[in-house]
Design a protein around this ligand. Structure first.
Ligand SMILES: Nc1nc2c(ncn2[C@@H]2O[C@H](COP(=O)(O)OP(=O)(O)OP(=O)(O)O)[C@@H](O)[C@H]2O)c(=O)[nH]1
Length: 314
């Protein structure tokens, strides 16, 4: 991102490329939409709001274009150092992308939260084009979709494109993709074909473990859980017909002893479930069998400690 001159290089007459970022209130379906457009699970979705931590890019390749999707964490009032860094990251992202897709779900009224996000976006990226996206259209009837398209168009101002889409059913997904491509300038592919994300694999592994560990936990764990991948070691002495096996050692950091108990569960039952779920996801991502070793540690106040934050990749 940022190297905008590259796209004006020679031979780039017809091919289009650029960066897209989806914004919207928590739970509006941004991560699911990213995944659906990319066609593989790279961003993290969850039923819980505000779980997307890193800027993860999914890449959409077509015959004539490349879209790089940047998935940002939700904006929220910064209460900790982590919260502030996340917000800074979001604002930088807005200014660097070519198109911002403002997501509003079809089944919820547009309100102050949406207007606040739009103000933030316009303030940090006044010249960036905004496209309106009405998400989750499978949840309501056509009348409500139509009314929401009108409302979103009013919010954005008359000349913005507005597109309805369902990431779940796939309806209108190609239309949205083509509208996004149409908004890109001519330019070359930034990433080789076949590459889904430029996040280091370790970050994705950590995200998948974190997602599994948060699933079904009802208290305030989201911002108190961080995952660090300590080691990835190819298992030696495997016979060729067995294929490759990687030993992955990860540590789940929580802030308090009580949270440790929640993550581990009675007799370690929950942590085993987390391990099983995360292993399946990581194996699908890497195409390699792994042995996943998870440990839970208490790192007090890691959200407020700059040293710990950078160790955990923030
Ligand atoms: N029915 C339906 N549900 C959807 C659709 N897209 C997303 N969802 C659901 O909406 C919830 C939130 O989706 P996410 O993609 O995690 O939303 P998000 O905007 O990325 O959320 P944050 O990361 O918290 O900002 C999940 O339970 C999804 O399964 C859709 O097209 N149709």
């Amino acid at each position: 991102m940022g190297d905008k001159d590259r796209r004006h290089g020679e031979g780039a007459a017809e091919f289009r490329s650029g960066f897209v970022c989806f914004v919207g209130r928590p739970n509006t379906g941004k991560s699911t939409l990213t995944n659906a457009l990319v066609g593989s699970k790279v961003a993290i979705t969850s039923n819980r709001p505000q779980t997307t931590r890193h800027t993860i890019r999914g890449i959409v390749n077509t015959a004539g274009a490349q879209l790089v999707l940047v998935d940002t964490p939700g904006l929220h009032r910064p209460r900790t150092l982590l919260g502030k860094r996340l917000n800074d990251l979001v604002h930088e992202t807005y200014a660097e992308v070519d198109v911002i897709g403002m997501c509003v779900p079809a089944d919820e009224k547009i309100g102050p939260g949406d207007r606040w996000i739009l103000e933030q976006v316009r303030a940090s990226a006044p010249r960036t084009r905004i496209i309106g996206i009405v998400t989750k259209i499978d949840k309501v009837g056509r009348d409500r979709v139509a009314a929401q398209l009108v409302a979103l168009s009013d919010l954005l101002g008359g000349d913005a494109d507005v597109v309805p889409v369902s990431a779940s059913s796939g309806e209108q997904l190609e239309v949205l993709r083509d509208v996004l491509i149409g908004a890109m300038e001519p330019g070359p592919a930034f990433y080789p074909d076949g590459e889904l994300t430029d996040e280091p694999e370790t970050t994705l592994m950590a995200e998948l473990i974190r997602e599994a560990a948060l699933e079904g936990v009802r208290d305030e764990l989201p911002h108190s859980l961080a995952v660090a991948i300590e080691e990835i070691i190819p298992r030696e002495g495997r016979r060729p017909e067995q294929g490759e096996l990687l030993d992955v050692h990860a540590i789940l950091y929580v802030e308090r002893q009580s949270q440790k108990g929640i993550v581990i569960g009675r007799g370690g039952a929950r942590l085993r479930e987390v391990g099983t779920a995360a292993r399946a996801q990581i194996e699908a991502l890497l195409g390699t069998k792994i042995y996943l070793d998870l440990h839970v540690k208490v790192a007090k106040d890691w959200q407020r400690d700059p040293k710990q934050l950078s160790k955990l990749g923030f």
